[in-house]
Design a protein around this ligand. Structure first.
Ligand code: KIV
Length: 271
């Protein structure tokens, strides 16, 4: 399949080039081999093995329960399928916040055991030491600011973040800090468009948004949401490109009906 972009292999350098050429960056989540194979050959630029696997794959209410071993299992399945996209893996909750040495060990396990290309973690100044130690080991880090789901019990809701000046200022300072210490890119989640524009104007690294407006260098969505597998989740920022819930459900109903009526398998479908 021909990819949508001219780049044969997406690297961090390619992302920088895309930004300087005003070419928007596409990013989607994936957690398994078969799905990653499809979206990679469809030309997606970055595949995020997100800790949203905790929600959409495992059915947890938050991203907090997923473990490092589980993230490595998902990430290695994805990496085996990918030929072109940059694969970024979330460091799960509890594997990088407390101690920078633990953070480095977690990041090394992800890189070594999954073969991924970079890690992503949530937060700014509070996790600076962890990010710096991971970067010193030569592991590329993508930052994540705004609505950081691992802090959901601090926030209390999944509402838009940084609407007030004080939180917006902290977010800008954090974005500048993450760029300064060497993060190759940032995800901004669920913040006002006007704030995204300000971060974009003050930084040079590629910035990817989810619910953060159209001005950024790229966009990311959780694939299960954009494909319509998750009917209960309809935030304003989500555009659904498929109603996979109905498509799968109708196919399963038909299959079941065919079995029960004796219509499947037919003569051509047996030996
Ligand atoms: O875990 C995830 O899927 C994410 C995206 C929503 C950015 O972090």
């Amino acid at each position: 399949m021909i990819s949508q972009s001219k780049h044969d292999r997406v690297t961090i350098k390619v992302l920088e080039e895309m930004k300087s050429n005003n070419e928007k960056i596409s990013m989607l989540t994936s957690y398994d081999y078969s799905f990653a194979k499809i979206i990679d050959s469809a030309g997606i630029d970055i595949i995020l093995v997100g800790d949203s696997a905790s929600n959409v794959m495992a059915g947890h209410e938050t991203t907090l329960p997923i473990t490092l071993d589980q993230m490595i299992y998902h990430a290695s399945s994805v990496v085996r399928a990918v030929k072109r996209a940059l694969v970024v893996v979330d460091l799960p909750f509890g594997t990088y916040q407390a101690d920078s040495k633990v953070a480095l060990k977690s990041a090394i396990r992800i890189m070594k055991e999954s073969g991924a290309h970079a890690v992503k973690l949530e937060g700014g100044k509070l996790v600076k030491d962890s990010i710096e130690r991971i970067l010193k080991a030569g592991i590329p880090v993508m930052g994540h600011l705004g609505l950081t789901p691992q802090s959901i019990y601090k926030f209390g809701t999944y509402n838009v973040r940084a609407k007030e000046e004080k939180e917006a200022k902290v977010l800008i300072d954090d974005a500048l800090l993450l760029e300064e210490i060497g993060c190759f890119s940032l995800v901004l989640e669920k913040i006002p468009n006007i704030l995204s524009k300000e971060v974009l104007n003050k930084t040079k690294i590629p910035i990817i948004g989810i619910g953060a407006g159209s001005s950024l260098d790229g966009q990311v969505l959780v694939s299960h949401d954009m494909l319509g597998m998750n009917k209960d989740f309809s935030p304003r920022f989500l555009r659904r490109y498929l109603d996979l819930d109905s498509l799968i459900s109708n196919a399963v109903k038909k299959y079941s009906k065919d079995i029960k009526s004796g219509n499947f398998p037919d003569k051509k479908e047996q030996y």
